[in-house]
Design a protein around this ligand. Structure first.
Ligand SMILES: [Zn+2]
Length: 387
C-alpha cells in the first residue's frame, strides 16, 4: 500500500477555511485517511464544534500512545497583505504557504501519516490514539475538553501524549515543551462619584485610584522563575473610561491585566494578592473597586521522565540536536491532557505562526513525520533502544 504523503495532506488541510469555530471539511479529511487505514473513528460534536477521536488497536493490549492536535486556525487578517491566498496551500521555493501551515496543520499531517505508515509496517502490542480538535485557537471549551469528557464516559485511556504544536525555535528539534505557564485575567471596575471637573471636591474620580492600583501591581516582581519556568509576568492590557466629555469627572472606569504565572504561584494566591492590594487602594482613596478574575490555564510541568527522554533521544538521533526543555509561550491543549497522562509537546519551527504569509519548509514536514514515526517505533520497542 502507498505511504501517506504528509506534504499533500498539509496542503489539503490548508485549503479548508477552518478558522475557529469553522471546520470546512478539515476533520473529515483526517477521518477518511484514518478510517481507510483501519482506525476506529468517533466524531465528537459539542456546541457546533467538530472533534475527532481515533484509535488503532485495543487499549487492553498494552500502552496507548496519543497524538494531539488542532485543525482550527486563527483568521488570516487582510488577505491583500499575503503574497498568496492564505487558503491555497501553495508550494513555492521549498516552502508551503497558508494559514495553519505552521500552527499546526503540517504537524497534524505529519502525525497522521506517521501513525498510518507505522501501523501498515508494524504490528505493535498496544494502541495508538489521535485526539484532534477544531477548537484550540478559540475558547477551547468544546475541543479537547469535549474529547476528554467523551473518553471518560467511554472508559478510553491514554498513557502518554505528544502534542504537535510548533515548539521548535530556530531548527527542527531544538526545543520541546514539558509544561506551560498559567494565564489569569483580572478586570477591575472602579466606581467613584460623577461631577463637574471645576468642582472636584464634590466628586470622587475613579481614575487616580485605578492608576494607583495598576502601578502597584505593575511594579511588583512576582518571582524570579525557577529551574523549569521563566519569571511570572504581569501586563496591563486595557484601561477604559469611555468618557466623551472633558468637563465631567467620570463615575466609572475599568482596567484589565493579564498574568502569565509559573508554579511558584496559584490562581488562588494571585487572586488573594490582588484582593489585598485592591483593599489598600480602596482604603486610601475611598473609591470602590470590584474584581473579576478569569483563569484560562493553570501552570503545569511534566517532570522529565522516561517518556520525555525517549522523545528527546529520537529527536537527537534524527536531527543531531538534543532538544531543550521549555515551558515558555502561550497556552495549549497540553494543559488539559496533562491531567490524564504525561505530555510532551513537539513540532516544527513556529516562527511564522499566526503571521501574514505563514509558511513551513516542505522538508521539515517530511522530517517531522519521520521523527514522529521513529518515536512510535521507539515507544513500541520496534527498534533497538536508541543510544
Ligand atoms: Zn496551535
Amino acid at each position: 500500500m502507498n505511504k501517506l504523503n504528509p506534504v499533500k495532506i498539509t496542503s489539503d488541510l490548508i485549503k479548508c477555511k477552518s478558522v475557529t469555530p469553522n471546520n470546512d471539511g478539515a476533520i473529515e479529511i483526517i477521518q477518511q485517511l484514518l478510517s481507510d487505514a483501519g482506525f476506529k473513528c468517533q466524531i465528537i460534536k459539542r456546541n457546533g464544534i467538530i472533534n475527532l477521536f481515533a484509535r488503532w488497536g485495543l487499549a487492553k493490549d498494552g500502552l496507548t500512545f496519543c497524538f494531539s492536535g488542532h485543525t482550527d486556525v486563527v483568521p488570516p487578517g487582510p488577505t491583500d497583505t499575503w503574497a498568496h491566498d492564505p487558503f491555497s496551500g501553495i508550494e513555492k521555493d521549498g516552502l508551503l504557504f497558508g494559514r495553519g501551515s505552521a500552527d499546526m496543520k503540517s504537524a497534524l499531517a505529519a502525525f497522521v501519516s506517521a501513525a498510518v505508515n507505522f501501523t501498515r509496517e508494524y504490528n505493535p502490542t498496544g494502541s495508538i490514539v489521535l485526539v484532534i480538535t477544531g477548537d484550540e485557537e478559540g475558547e477551547a471549551k468544546d475541543g479537547t475538553l469535549a474529547i476528554l469528557d467523551w473518553m471518560k464516559e467511554n472508559l478510553e485511556k491514554i498513557d502518554h501524549c505528544l502534542v504537535g504544536e510548533p515548539t521548535s525555535k530556530e531548527y527542527l528539534g531544538d526545543t520541546i515543551k514539558v509544561g506551560r505557564r498559567g494565564s489569569l485575567t483580572a478586570k477591575f471596575t472602579a466606581y467613584g462619584l460623577q461631577g463637574h471637573v471645576a468642582y472636584p471636591e464634590k466628586a470622587i474620580n475613579p481614575l487616580p485610584a485605578l492608576m494607583k492600583l495598576l502601578l502597584k501591581l505593575e511594579k511588583k516582581i512576582l518571582d524570579n522563575g525557577n529551574q523549569f519556568f521563566d519569571p511570572s509576568s504581569l501586563a496591563i492590557t486595557s484601561i477604559d473610561t469611555g468618557n466623551p466629555s472633558n468637563n465631567v469627572i467620570p463615575q466609572m472606569s475599568e482596567a484589565t491585566i493579564n498574568i502569565r504565572f509559573n508554579d511558584i504561584h496559584s490562581d488562588i494566591s494571585l487572586t488573594s494578592w490582588l484582593r489585598k492590594t485592591i483593599q489598600k487602594v480602596m482604603n486610601e482613596t475611598g473609591v470602590s473597586i470590584v474584581l473579576e478574575v478569569k483563569v484560562s490555564a493553570k501552570p503545569f510541568i511534566c517532570h522529565p521522565d522516561d517518556f520525555t527522554k525517549l522523545v528527546s533521544q529520537v529527536i537527537k538521533t534524527e536531527t543531531k540536536i538534543f532538544p531543550s526543555n521549555s515551558t515558555s509561550g502561550g497556552t495549549s491543549d497540553a494543559r488539559f491532557i496533562q491531567e490524564y497522562c504525561p505530555v510532551v509537546e513537539f513540532g516544527l519551527v513556529g516562527k511564522t505562526m499566526h503571521k501574514t504569509n505563514e509558511n513551513v519548509e516542505v522538508k521539515q514536514i517530511i522530517e517531522l513525520s519521520s521523527i514522529y514515526q521513529n518515536i512510535l517505533k521507539s515507544y513500541f520497542k520496534m527498534v533497538d533502544a536508541v543510544d
